[in-house]
Design a protein around this ligand. Structure first.
Ligand code: ATP
Ligand code: MN
Length: 480
């Protein structure tokens, strides 16, 4: 058996000394021809390995370059150096993989996030991305734990879908037809998808909600957690073409139940990360503090990362209606001084990200749940309120991010639903299976979608969504 190593995190966590151990990992630095800082990704803290002078071949020492992978065995001893309780006094060092010091991209110095994005295949080996992806993992785990403990069923919804009228965003086409112009055509010159793999035109999913609703009408409480795709050309710090979404769908929930679930859920997963990823969050908080120092005073956030997370966990989200939000925005000094790029035209307008961020960051200074939007700016499946003008929608807005959750109570009444579909020119026959739930045992139900990367952004304090997913997909970029 080759792998008898101890994880560096476990080795460093214990005071225990004077025992033999093997560690494996990647060299971060090697100094004074004697001290190796080794990292295996279990923590940002490196273990110091002492290669006592004179005990190892010069040829071997030369190969201890940044990035090289090694196996070291020796005695764990109390450390005299600061910042660590123990270190490893090596008796044997084996090079598992050399790393050319000249060309290894991750030099032991500060790299820009842009540079690291271009070297996403190697950026896992930096402290920043080590922390980001350990936190991402912890959040994913906490999500499953939250729902599992509540008795929800994890539903896998399809990635290839035929419905394209949902309106959540632009879709990527899926086809097995040749793209060289020889695909069979209809008389009007359009591609004849009847000849395609699925016998119809198909896309990558933008949301698992509609299928989620079908399952909620049997299991009561379900959630999805899977990849979704949007071919929207938004080159922002909050949009990806491929992102992961969590979509609970709950029978018997109304809009308030839905908001309660979303708020509990967000607090729970943040609390989990704060408990189990303390070191990583502390590191990321320092990183953010450094980054903020580059900004003008007025643009700096008032709270540090850890403070902000604690604040979110400890305080109720602000809840208000869309109508109230429009009033606040209209009356704001910001609006009066024409500081918004998109002026607040009044009731009925769709909120831009700058408006959402004003409400959250300037006005309430906490997460906000906006409810009851005009039906014209929301999807067909949202439940119509008695006022005839709004629907039971809710968006949750988070500081620094804007929209993090979009959800609603769903229209469970067949007549109201089909009437809305007609108004919005959505072909009912394409959705026969969806409408069947309203025909056979319909019930009040609600759900929401939370963009996983926006949550990871929020918890890690990373400014760009491209830095919280291992290999980001965005316009003009699908490297790796
Ligand atoms: P936005 O207005 O920010 O584009 P949306 O209204 O299109 O969001 P929904 O369709 O409600 O978003 O999707 C649910 C959630 O998925 C959003 O609240 C957000 O967290 C996330 N999300 C939406 N689009 C993207 C994207 N392109 N990249 C990453 N996350 C996204
Ligand atoms: Mn969008």
């Amino acid at each position: 058996m080759f792998n008898k190593r101890i994880r560096i995190k476990d080795l460093l966590a214990s005071d225990k000394a004077n025992y033999e151990a093997t560690v494996m990992g990647w060299v971060r630095t090697f100094r004074n021809n004697q001290f190796i800082a080794l990292n295996d990704g279990s923590t940002n803290n490196n273990v110091q390995i002492v290669a006592t002078l004179g005990q190892f071949d010069e040829a071997l020492l030369k190969r201890l370059t940044t990035g090289a992978c090694i196996k070291a065995t020796g005695e764990v001893i109390p450390s005299l150096g600061k910042g660590q309780k123990v270190e490893l006094k090596a008796t044997t060092i084996e090079i598992l993989g050399d790393s050319d010091a000249e060309t290894f991209p991750m030099q032991p110095k500060k790299h820009s996030l842009e540079f690291l994005r271009e070297n996403a295949h190697m950026r896992f080996r930096t402290n920043t991305f080590g922390s980001v992806f350990r936190v991402r993992h912890a959040l994913a785990f906490a999500i499953h734990k939250f729902f599992n403990d509540k008795g929800f069923l994890y539903l896998h919804t399809p990635i290839i879908t035929a419905s394209d009228a949902e309106g959540a965003g632009e879709m990527f086409k899926v086809t097995a037809l040749p793209l060289d112009g020889t695909a069979p055509k209809n008389e009007d010159g359009t591609i004849n998808f009847a000849t395609d793999f699925f016998g119809r035109s198909t896309n990558l999913t933008v949301s698992g909600q509609l299928e989620g609703e079908l399952a909620a009408m049997a299991f009561s409480d379900i959630y999805t957690f899977g990849p979704t795709f949007r071919a929207e050309n938004s080159n922002t710090t909050r949009h990806l073409a491929e992102f992961w979404m969590i979509e609970p769908e709950v029978a018997f929930n109304d809009l308030e139940d839905n908001a309660n679930l979303a708020e509990d859920f967000i607090k729970y997963v943040i609390k989990h990360a704060m408990e189990f990823n303390k070191d990583d969050l502390e590191f990321l908080a320092l990183r953010l503090e450094e980054e903020e120092k580059q900004k003008p005073q007025t643009e700096r956030s008032e709270m540090g990362l850890l403070e902000k997370l604690k604040f979110v966990v400890d305080n109720d989200f602000e809840r208000l209606t869309y109508t109230e939000a429009i009033e606040i925005l209209r009356e704001s000094n910001y609006n009066k001084k024409k500081k918004f790029q998109y002026p607040v035209t009044g009731w009925g307008m769709d909120l831009q990200s700058e408006h959402e961020r004003y409400l959250v960051e300037k006005h309430f200074k906490k997460p906000v749940i906006l409810m009851n939007y005009p039906k014209e700016i929301k999807a067909f499946y949202m439940r119509q309120n008695d006022d005839g003008t709004t629907v039971a929608a809710m968006d949750i807005l988070a500081p620094g991010i804007g929209e993090i959750v979009g959800g609603s109570q769903r229209e469970e009444r067949m007549d109201k639903l089909t009437q809305r579909m007609e108004e919005m020119h959505i072909p009912a026959e394409e959705f026969w299976w969806y409408l069947d739930t309203r025909k056979f045992g319909s019930c009040p139900h609600a759900g929401f979608g939370l963009g996983f990367e926006r949550l990871v952004q929020f918890v890690t304090g990373m400014g760009n969504i491209r830095d919280v997913i291992p290999f980001p997909r965005y316009p003009k970029s699908a490297e790796f």
